[in-house]
Design a protein around this ligand. Structure first.
Ligand SMILES: O=C(O)CCC(=O)C(=O)O
Ligand SMILES: [Fe+2]
Length: 324
């Protein structure tokens, strides 16, 4: 059976560490086999994560009416995402059972990069939780560091030139979703989040102790990552799969909240800069044949096709679907 390993990544912080190469290899094995791993030794404290979880809970703890005037719009995919907004494109019509709050890499309104890509900009910070901006940006910068370390290990494991991946993440389109999943009744056949693959490069999640994340194995079963309380779950998204010519695996996963408790999650999605074109950096594995992805166009398509009345163009990248 496939297995999601727990790896202490502390040795990655020091190239002369005796366990450096073994840690790179362990990360590679996980990413090439199941595409998921749990990590410890990140240097991100339990207090940082708990602080973030408390903040996320407070953000959702207001009346629905107040959420609507800080909600996402077609022009700006930032702010509250109402419960039931996202439905899977499998025709089942069953909406996912979560509400969200969308955040993107923070830049000022007058930042030069906005002249090249208008998707960049300031976030909508929740008015009712004044500390949210500081707490979230602190968490975000710590996860930037963790992502950087993992990307360095993958460069080494894939035998790419140093910084080839990491250089794509200056002024990135990295984003976060704050998520609240109400408990689902035992006989509820729906999902918190329906089975999907992540469309980004790399996702990092501090799992809610109430559980609920499930990962598909190669034989079609579902397993739950084992993650220590101070750990994070990491998974490869479609962009790293594409960069690696199919070596690193983007694996379907889903959320079902049968805990009887409220579940809060705040995935960090590492996405390269707008002008990066993701295409294989190595000869693709036999049978791996995917079109390249322009990060800015791809992000614009995600923003547009979020809306139920917008349909994908022929040119919409086939990322994140379970059909390919
Ligand atoms: O909430 C989680 O644990 C997973 C969320 C997820 O898979 C996603 O937002 O892509
Ligand atoms: Fe996901």
């Amino acid at each position: 059976m496939d297995h999601i390993p727990t790896i202490d990544i502390a040795p990655l912080g020091d190239a002369s560490h005796t366990d450096f190469n073994a840690t790179v290899q362990a990360v590679m094995d996980a990413c090439t086999r199941i595409g998921f791993l749990s990590i410890t030794g990140t240097g991100v404290s339990r207090d940082t994560v708990n602080n973030m979880r408390t903040c996320v809970r407070a953000i959702f703890d207001i009346d629905d009416d107040a959420k609507w005037d800080q909600a996402i719009t077609r022009e700006n995919y930032r702010g509250f995402i109402p419960m039931g907004f996202f439905t899977p494109n499998d025709g089942s019509g069953k909406a996912d059972k979560y509400e969200g709050y969308k955040l993107h890499y923070q830049v000022d309104l007058d930042a030069p990069i906005r002249r090249d890509c208008a998707l960049y900009g300031p976030n909508i910070w929740p008015r009712h939780v004044p500390r949210a901006q500081a707490v979230i940006l602190d968490y975000w910068s710590k996860l930037d560091g963790v992502a950087h370390m993992l990307l360095g290990a993958l460069e080494m494991g894939l035998k790419l030139p140093a910084n080839q991946l990491r250089d794509a993440f200056h002024e990135p389109m990295t984003n976060m979703s704050l998520l609240h999943y109400p408990p689902q009744a035992p006989d509820d056949t729906g999902y918190g989040i329906h089975p999907h693959k992540d469309t980004d490069a790399l996702t990092i999640i501090a799992p809610d102790p109430v559980g609920g994340l499930e990962v598909q194995t190669r034989d079609g079963g579902w397993i739950t990552p084992d993650c220590p309380p101070d750990g994070f779950v990491v998974n490869i998204g479609d962009m790293l799969e594409l960069w690696s010519g199919g070596r690193l695996k983007s694996t379907p996963h889903r959320v079902v909240n049968r805990s009887g408790q409220e579940r809060y999650s705040f995935p960090y999605f590492a996405v390269p800069r707008h002008d990066v074109v993701v295409e294989p950096l190595l000869t693709p594995l036999p049978g791996f044949d995917r079109p390249s992805v322009h990060c800015g166009h791809w992000s614009a398509e995600i923003w547009r096709t979020n809306w139920p009345d917008e349909t994908a163009h022929d040119a919409t990248p086939e990322l994140g679907t379970l059909s390919d």
